[in-house]
Design a protein around this ligand. Structure first.
Ligand code: T3D
Length: 266
């Protein structure tokens, strides 16, 4: 909670579920309440068939400043405090896995700085749309830690190992323009247009064949570690499933009847 406000706001825009982090006074740094709420709502959105796109967004001038360092201060010197690895296993890792495996599109709407695990959270989403004042900081090194919450996995796959190592070693801020040029974000828009541009993108994605998007996500996830023969076989397996969906039938009929398709996500 911040000032008796919920630390996470859950908003529905038709088939789009917006999960908005709401601790603006500390740049939406993660305390346990926020991590638990995000983990719970990510799972709920994944299960809810009426939700066809999920947006992670944030209140105030930043996206998320990573782990709340005030809670870390409380742990310093306390031999009974939860060990960092255990804290990751309990809270961060399940959240990142939920986002990466959820069979619907997940967008990060990055309104300002995304630092440490906040940067990892944005990287775990399927796409990133950023305001001009957004910045990405692998801040872990500044507090003597290693990138976690999936950054060592997602970052080199997005920008290449050399750039990922530079970001991880130095913790320098990559601003929105550079982030776009190196493939870290999909789109940069003026800050004042971030909400409307995010809604437009999410709304478009939510009207597409959601089952096929979910299967596409599975295929891309597996391809990151697969060999070609295995991946070809996996594509064939997934296509058998996609080919049985009503959205596939609707897409083909709409094409032949020269009309816009009405996908239902089934
Ligand atoms: O614990 C585990 O389980 C391990 C997991 C670790 C994962 C991690 O995320 S480690 C990395 C933690 N995050 C950081 O190290 C980032 C710390 N923050 C910053 O470096 C800067 O705040 C930013 C670069 C993000 C933004 O700078 P700036 O100048 O725009 O804002 P600011 O003035 O520094 O911050 C504004 C307020 O937010 C300020 O509070 P105040 O002075 O107004 O009362 C600041 O203390 C607070 N804040 C910012 N980040 C955090 C924070 N408070 C607690 N924890 C934070 N991470």
């Amino acid at each position: 909670m911040s000032d008796n406000q919920p630390c996470l706001l859950v908003e529905n825009e038709g088939p789009v579920r917006v999960l908005r982090m709401n601790r603006p006074g500390v740049l939406n740094a993660f305390n346990d309440d926020l991590l638990i709420a995000l983990g719970k709502e990510a799972k709920a959105a994944a299960r809810d068939d009426s939700v066809r796109c999920v947006v992670l967004a944030a209140a105030g001038r930043a996206f998320c400043a990573g782990q709340d360092l005030d809670t870390v201060k409380e742990r310093l010197g306390d031999p009974n405090a939860p060990e960092l690895g255990e804290h990751l296993r309990k809270h961060y890792n399940p959240l990142i896995l939920s986002l990466r495996t959820m069979e619907k599109p997940v967008i990060a709407s990055v309104n300002g700085v995304a630092a440490g695990a906040g940067c990892s959270l944005a990287l775990a989403c399927d796409m990133r749309i950023a305001g001009e004042s957004a910045g990405f900081i692998e801040a872990f090194i500044k507090v003597g830690l290693v990138p976690d919450s999936g950054s060592t996995f997602t970052l080199p796959r997005l920008v290449g190992m050399g750039r990922a190592m530079e970001m991880g070693y130095t913790g320098r801020k990559v601003k929105a323009g550079e982030a776009l040029s190196i493939g870290l974000v999909n789109q940069v828009v003026p800050d004042s247009e971030l909400e409307s541009a995010t809604s437009a993108l999410a709304g478009r994605l939510a009207l597409l064949p959601t089952r096929a998007i979910g299967l596409t996500k599975r295929a891309f996830n597996k391809a990151w570690n697969a060999d070609l023969a295995d991946q070809l076989e996996y594509e064939a397996f997934l296509q058998s499933t996609a080919g049985k969906t009503s959205d596939h039938e609707e897409g083909v009929r709409a094409f032949l009847e020269k009309r816009a398709p009405q996908f239902k996500g089934k």
